[in-house]
Ligand binder design. Sequence first.
Ligand code: F6P
Length: 350
Amino acid sequence: MNPAGSHWICASVCIVRITTIRKEEIMPQANHIGLLTSGGDSPGMNAAIRAVVRTALAGGTTVTGIMRGFSGLLDSEFVEMTPRSVSNVIQLGGTILKTSRCLDFYETGTRSRAATILKERDIDCIVGIGGNGTFKGLSLLGKEHGFRVVGIPGTIDNDIPGTDITIGFSTAANTALESIDKIRDTAASHDRLFFIEVMGRHCGALALEVGLAGGAEAILIPEVDVDLDRIGKIVSDGRERGKGSLIIVVAEGALEGGAMAAAKGIGERTGADYRVSVLGHVQRGGSPTSYDRALASRMGREAVIALMSGETDCMVAVVCNEMKFVPLSVAWEKKDTDLELLRVAEITAS
Ligand code: F6P
């Protein structure tokens, strides 16, 4: 069964009623939402925060911002959210609620402490914007202590199963692509081989996207064992076919040592002169694209609708451009990578 189809219909009804019906009629199950961002930030998180806050407040539900993710929760770092708290943030990268990675939250005792703090403030629902780690913490907290929890997928890695796309991926891809295009200019001028490292410790989605869009001759990703002999042959064959510049996009987790190690291995095999460029955290920042802003706005609104309609332990997802709610447990399985894109990239760059 598609668990989300019926919710969407119900959700549509609810949203129509938001501004016309009294709070206790439309939000029987969401009195006070705690809102946090956690894990690696991604451009568009602020647009999602804005959408959650304004959708909830429009329905009469209080929203408290929890600063610095689960770490801030444990330190009782709360901030009251009003419609004006989220003015002029839709265009900003990063997260106004700040973020952190809180490994302690995997401990049962730590979650009990967090539950006590939340209950003291009468928070009964939590919306968490982040990735797999965030969703695990959220799900456990909800199940163990009776909070209703909803996740919004925000990560530049696009590595969350159950949703076609995550907030921030579009912006990161465009940022990386801009750099690849610039590197292509200098690579072409010098007839050089370049290795460009993009983010993606465990997932090659970003590398595949920008490698394909940037015309890379090869793309190395964590999901496929790196065969340096094969890549060396792509370089040598390309040169024989008259290619001057070549670009190899390397996801940081594709091999131990990332792009630097790949470059060294290929350099030894081919004798080619090469340069390495590691794009790094620049990919995590910047003003979100229109796609990410719109996606985040839709997802933020949908998260509140999920809570209104009595949902819990679910993530807002986009499947074939439709909003769905999928169980949080789906989100920490491993996402399938479309390996066909590797072939598309190689053939179109030949
Ligand atoms: O946000 C995801 C991600 O960008 C990964 O691709 C990367 O490996 C990781 O975060 C690095 O994040 P940090 O430097 O914050 O640990």
